[in-house]
Ligand binder design. Sequence first.
Ligand SMILES: *Cc1c(COP(=O)(O)O)cnc(C)c1O
Length: 331
Amino acid sequence: MNLAKFSRRGYVTTPTPIEALPSFSKALGGKVNIFIKRDDLLPGCAGGNKTRKLDFCIADALDNGADTIITCGAVQSNHCRLTLSWAVKEGLDCHLVLEERVKGSYSPEASGNNFLFHLMGVKSITVVPGGSNMMDEMQKVASGLKAEGKTPYIIPGGASNTIGATGYVACAQETLQQLFDMGLKIDHMVVPSGSAGTHAGIVVGMQGNNAGIPVSGINVSRTKADQEALVYKLVEATAERVGVATPIAKETVECFDGYVGPGYSLPTDSMVEAVKLLASTEAILLDPVYSGKAMAGMIALVRKGHFAEGSNVLFLHTGGSPALYAYQNIF
Ligand SMILES: *Cc1c(COP(=O)(O)O)cnc(C)c1O
């Protein structure tokens, strides 16, 4: 595996910290030692996991002569915020297509990421109903821009293609190097699993380095079967891209769907508990849609005795805290 052959922009300048969470671990009974990989502290406006993917995706856009980026997401999309953020830094125009997955949830005056879209000077926002074909919708925007003489480049939702997932292959390598430097042995890793690029990239990176660290994904929208199929497909394609032997064993991809609640972005009691507990024990902010639900899943697995007593578990904090400010009423 030689990631140096792929174009990237260098957005990830230093490894994100791996921190012990002693007070949080104690609050969960003290039988498992929980650590956190702080990808919420990545560069880019307000941080988060999409920076690692965009490092490669925006390099590809520039290699293709783009002057304009189009991407899509939900109404409080962190991915849209970070794509816009890096486009601004690169001097590229950025247009967003937002899917109103929960009917009536889009408000042009909303706080959180929506506020930041406007603050950073988004060129346009197109809102489409839940269930729309987002690639078709982005292609419509692209056609209009091409007619104006622009050279647009479409980044898929969550930047979860093989190019973006390569960023999380690199994250797995970075993590293993850090663990080596720290002299820390991790028994299990837990990651949020959404559009799948993060989960898939970590699996490929662990596999490509023979790390032997099992990875569990906590779903934020789909069922276990659907999410495992989605992640596995991207694992295989990404492995092929970066030169990791395929096929990778199906069991390597494991997802839990018990913490989604009523649906994507809809609050759950366990998410509220997770956000409050991490904030009040370690002063680290999660988000209501992804990292909060993923942490709720990890808390439940700890309480069920899923991890052996005395084991070290690493949680990947993918960011998203700006969305908290759009959900203040539920806390
Ligand atoms: C996008 C996102 C995720 C999910 O990552 P995927 O690669 O889409 O699975 C998790 N946490 C946050 C904060 C995100 O914005």
